[in-house]
Design a protein around this ligand. Structure first.
Ligand code: PAF
Length: 266
């Protein structure tokens, strides 16, 4: 496994890699990341993982500072997974150049997380646009837990004519049903039990056809959730809000357990 901090050295090393699979991360690696990396191992060619806690996608300074970091542990996980290249840039490496493409921000960025986290998706696209330019991978693997992120990256890549394929990977869940997330490390046992109840509840409701969103919010609050940013259903063909559930729809939720903000979709 080769580790790079400098983008030019990295670029020199991967110059002839025409079939690179790329997994971008902010570290704090968990089963979800491991599954993405294992999937990237299945493609022919080499793989690369980036670790960069991107300040531009945090709308809240405290959240950025509290974000779990575990570089040594992450590196040993990546080594065990036989990752070929790891890119750990600092802020200067990433932000000190002007990318060829500016970012394309689809209107769906204004919904869901976009309406609660000002500048979040601009921040995500900013970093992904830069990483794609530096690495020029054949494919990028992204988890469906961050569904809106996945969609917006896909739209950006398509609109800007970037050759990288966006590979959607299924959400990986903890034994208790919660979507794996680096932020789960910040939860106590009681909070994790509430997260698990929400999973069981929404997973059951997604099989219904008609639901009452207000009643759902009330039920979730009764599990012990103090704050729900949103609980909304979208049709994934039209990207319009709906209250009818069918094979084209998804329930999206963002809620807080203590100070920890979690998202999921069903
Ligand atoms: O999903 C994440 O961890 C981040 O948003 C990403 C894609 C690595 C960009 O910083």
């Amino acid at each position: 496994m080769k580790i790079f901090k400098n983008k030019h050295k990295l670029q020199k090393a991967i110059l002839n890699q025409k079939n690179l699979s790329f997994v971008p991360t902010m570290g704090g690696l968990h089963k979800g990341h491991i599954s993405l990396i294992k999937k990237s191992n299945k493609f022919k060619g080499k793989n690369i993982v980036s670790i960069f806690v991107n300040p531009k996608q945090f709308n809240n300074k405290k959240d950025y500072l509290n974000y779990p970091r575990s570089l040594n542990k992450d590196l040993s996980i990546l080594k065990n997974l036989k990752v070929d290249y790891v890119f750990i840039p600092n802020k200067k490496e990433i932000f000190s150049f002007k990318p060829k493409n500016n970012i394309y921000l689809d209107n769906f960025s204004k919904k869901l997380c976009g309406s609660f986290r000002k500048g979040h998706f601009e921040g995500v696209l900013n970093i992904i646009n830069r990483l794609l330019e530096i690495i020029n991978p054949k494919r990028i693997l992204l988890g469906a837990k961050d569904y809106q992120q996945l969609y917006l990256i896909k739209r950006h890549v398509t609109k800007k004519g970037i050759k990288t394929l966006v590979v959607k990977c299924n959400t990986i869940r903890e034994k208790n049903g919660m979507a794996c997330s680096t932020r789960n490390k910040l939860l106590n046992k009681k909070q994790a039990r509430i997260g698990s109840k929400i999973y069981v509840y929404l997973n059951r409701l997604k099989k219904r056809h008609v639901v009452n969103i207000n009643k759902m919010k009330e039920d979730i609050k009764n599990f012990g959730v103090k704050k729900i940013d949103y609980l909304e259903i979208y049709n994934l063909k039209t990207y319009k809000k709906t209250s009818l559930i069918n094979k084209n729809t998804k329930i999206f939720i963002a809620y807080y357990l203590g100070n920890v903000r979690l998202i999921d979709n069903f």
